[in-house]
Design a protein around this ligand. Structure first.
Ligand code: GLA
Length: 393
């Protein structure tokens, strides 16, 4: 989708925004109209889930870059940014309405994934001597929080204007025992669209019983624009010396070997497709890249550049910053090979036409004592920050 860039000085943007927020407070909210005329945050209906209306929030910065987020699953529906010629395109896969995320069985497009992103072996783990059983929705394992994870919940939404840019704060209380996980989890996820075209995601959670968690965002990117074809020519850098090899059911084997001399060495920018067809056991187990990379050994809260992706054709460059120990690379191996999936704006999506870089702790950590701990206890606060920043090169 091509949109003309909006040019506004920052003071003009702030003045407009403050004025519009005032108007929004004074006026009655209706279904068909945005609640504010602010160029920075707009709100509109996005469909109905289980009889409850959900909304779409459009955050716009002074460069005309836009992020559209719904409070259904905290899904990033669109992320619209310029290419090297200033042409705007939407670089994430998605659907036109919340209902389609349900009816088309979204493969986790853009969502907040939880309580535990990625897999837990056989849907079982033991914490403080007690065994817990979770859904094995990715036979034989548990995946992305189970049958009805955070991606399928309706979140409370609070649009906010912050000094870092327009933001959307989402909150969800997951009751004790939901999807088999212990503890009431109070979760907030705040999306902020920064002045330097970063979509910053700040996660926070507390619990009233010891529990495990692993939150991430599952955006599917195509830097040429969604529906523009393969991503195998995108050049990827991942700042990881090691990775977590997996068995045939995608559960980590437990060792953390070096990437040196393997198709998993992305320390220097390399086309995603350059080695994906190699005769390699790990590529076979993942049906391509579907692996966690080891950024560091613990959750130390320090934000760093963990990956870059460059699309030589459009010139778009994605920078990923994260404070998590792991980064899952998934390259759309399960997108359809034959009949394409029908997405937003009449676009179609097929096999390997998107990549995900999911900042997280390691898969199956609840069962792997040597991995960074995914345990959260009462009195502690879980935090996680990821930034997806779009540039051109
Ligand atoms: C993650 C997993 C993949 C797949 C996708 C969703 O990236 O690692 O195996 O399940 O989510 O389709």
């Amino acid at each position: 989708m091509k949109r003309p860039p909006i040019f506004l000085t920052l003071p003009a943007l702030i003045a407009l925004t403050l004025g519009a927020c005032q108007d929004a407070n004074d006026s009655q909210k209706t279904d068909s109209e945005p609640v504010s005329d602010s160029p920075a945050i707009q709100e509109e209906p996005f469909g109905t889930i289980d009889g409850q209306e959900v909304r779409l929030y459009t955050l716009t910065n002074a460069n005309g870059v836009q992020a559209k987020i719904t409070n259904y699953g905290g899904i990033v529906v669109s992320f619209i940014a310029p290419d090297k010629n200033g042409e705007m395109a939407d670089v994430v896969l998605g659907f036109d309405s919340a209902d389609e995320y349900v009816s088309k069985e979204s493969p986790y497009f853009g969502c907040i994934t939880g309580r535990y992103a990625n897999r837990i072996a056989k849907g079982k783990f033991t914490l403080d001597g007690q065994e817990y059983t979770l859904a094995t929705n990715n036979d034989p394992n548990h995946l992305h929080g189970g049958d009805k994870g955070f991606d399928k919940r309706i979140w409370k939404a609070e649009p906010m204007e912050t000094t870092d840019g327009p933001a959307l704060k989402l909150s969800y209380t997951s009751p004790d025992g939901e999807e088999g996980y212990p503890g009431t989890l109070e979760t907030t996820v705040t999306y902020t669209l920064t002045a330097d075209n970063g979509l910053r995601i700040d996660y926070q959670a507390t619990t009233d019983k010891p529990t495990v968690l692993n939150l991430t965002n599952h955006s599917y990117f195509n830097l040429g624009g969604h529906g523009s074809g393969t991503i195998l020519d995108h050049e990827l850098m991942i700042a990881a010396d090691r990775y977590t090899p997996i068995d045939e059911t995608s559960i980590p084997l437990g060792d953390l070997p070096s990437v040196e001399g393997t198709p998993f060495d992305f320390r220097k920018p390399t086309a995603i497709g350059a080695r994906i067809g190699e005769d390699n056991e790990q590529l076979k187990n993942g049906l391509g890249y579907d692996h966690n990379f080891v950024i560091k050994d613990s959750r130390d809260g320090k934000l760093q550049l963990v990956a870059t992706v460059h699309d030589p054709e459009s010139g778009r460059l994605l920078e990923v910053e994260s404070d998590e120990p792991g980064l899952q690379l998934y390259v759309g191996n399960f997108l359809p090979k034959d009949e394409p999936m029908k997405g937003k704006d009449g676009k179609e999506y097929s096999y390997r036409e998107a990549f995900c870089l999911e900042a997280q702790t390691f898969p199956d950590s609840p069962n792997q004592a040597d991995f960074p701990s995914p345990v959260l206890r009462p009195g502690e606060t879980y935090t996680q920050t990821t930034i997806y920043r779009l540039k051109v090169k």
